[in-house]
Design a protein around this ligand. Structure first.
Ligand code: GTP
Ligand code: MG
Length: 370
């Protein structure tokens, strides 16, 4: 250790006039520093390294494991499965929360506020940004990282903004696996942000225990533009930005939503979905949101709905993996890949019907696999 380093280490904590014997014991691995044990620096960490790293909450290893899981390469696939099999017994001990809402509603700001509040209460928080439209809104994803600046500096927070990688890739496909990794790493609250487009809400709902919709009070009809179906997936409706001049409008919106909720089917058996106001910027209402979530967890754990939903989700996960797996193998099949461009041309110039092409490709695929 150089003199300079010694001086640095000693500044923090050692008794005055202490010798080198103290400096040697200063290991920063438990802090949020960049220090990594030497073995983690090798280019390709082994399954053992990654499992150990995740279980000891080494954030670099958590991130590397997620990257491996999200990879489309067949080589990584096998390794990822081995790791997941080892981690699964350590997972499940968290509250999984899905957060959706129109772009700009304040989802990320609210996640940061809630995340900081939870860390203060002793929780470990992982944030996953699921954004199937991120090929268009890449800027928004990058923006999220900066908007969660305070949270990302916290030792007990882990933020993973994942861009989607097209129709066959896509981040939602691996979000369940990512949740498993985060739970095995000891994160006990998992917050999943999704932009309210297309199927993303339904997908995220099928992965979480509690789902909330973030709204903002706008001019005119508050319910305009929000699909009834999305409200019916939600366990809470949050009207954000209830601050400054907007507070009155937010309260009116809350009354409107409360009214509408009487006519809609609740998302969770035995639970009445309600509307709340909050300000992610001032922090007003954040504690109430957590109280609602805690009450929900307590109630659903008592009446068995929590466990039941998790079991259903496990089955759903299994079948969605089968679908993905089949799709992936089909499109990666060498002969299928080679045939597709030609068959596409034949459809377009009227030589073949789409149904014939489907038949032909499936025959190629299954013959090869028999
Ligand atoms: N006044 C006020 N502004 C807020 C509040 N929450 C968020 N904002 C602002 O609203 C803008 C959008 O916030 P984000 O948290 O990025 O919203 P988002 O829903 O995550 O947006 P996307 O990820 O792009 O869909 C930012 O400029 C925030 O500062 C709030 O409670 N009050
Ligand atoms: Mg956001």
């Amino acid at each position: 250790m150089s003199d300079k380093e010694k001086k640095y280490y000693k500044q923090d904590w050692h008794p005055e006039n202490a010798g080198d014997e103290y400096a040697v014991r200063v290991v920063k691995a438990n802090s949020s520093s960049n220090y990594e044990p030497q073995k983690y620096k090798s280019k390709e960490p082994t399954v053992e390294d990654l499992v150990e790293g995740v279980l000891s909450n080494n954030r670099t290893m958590v991130a590397k494991t997620i990257t491996l899981i999200e990879s489309n390469s067949e080589k990584h696939h096998q390794k990822a499965n081995e790791i997941l099999a080892r981690l699964i017994d350590h997972s499940g001990n968290s509250i999984r929360i899905g957060i959706t809402g129109v772009p700009g509603a304040g989802k990320s700001t609210l996640i940061e506020a809630l995340g900081l509040y939870l860390i203060e209460k002793g929780h470990k928080v992982a944030v996953l940004a699921v954004d199937p439209s991120s090929t268009i809104t890449k800027g928004s994803i990058l923006g999220d990282k900066t908007r969660m600046e305070k949270l990302s500096k916290e030792e007990n927070a882990f933020i993973r903004p994942s861009p989607s990688s097209g129709t066959l890739g896509g981040v939602t496909r691996k979000t369940r696996e990512t949740i498993t990794v985060c739970e095995a790493a000891g994160f006990d609250v998992i917050l999943i942000e999704t932009v309210g487009v297309g199927q993303s809400e339904v997908t995220v709902r099928s992965m979480v225990d509690f789902f909330m919709l973030i709204n903002i009070a706008g001019a005119g009809d508050e319910l305009q533009g929000i699909k009834k179906g999305v409200i019916e997936l939600s366990d809470a409706l949050i009207i954000n930005k209830a601050d400054g001049d907007n507070e009155t409008r937010a309260n009116i919106a809350k009354a409107d939503f409360t009214n509408a909720l009487h006519y809609l089917k609740p998302a969770t058996k035995g639970w009445q979905t309600k509307a709340f106001t909050c300000s992610a910027i001032s922090g007003k209402g954040i504690d109430e949101i957590w109280k609602v979530i805690s009450k929900f967890v307590q109630l659903t754990k008592t009446n068995g709905v929590f466990e039941e939903r998790r079991k259903d989700q496990l089955i759903e996960w299994t079948f969605s993996m089968i679908e993905n797996e089949l799709k992936e193998r089909f499109y990666h099949h060498q002969l299928v890949k080679e045939k597709i461009p030609q068959l596409q041309k034949e459809i377009l110039n009227g030589n073949k019907l789409p149904t014939q092409v489907v038949e032909e490709l499936l025959t190629i695929y299954f013959n090869k696999n028999q």
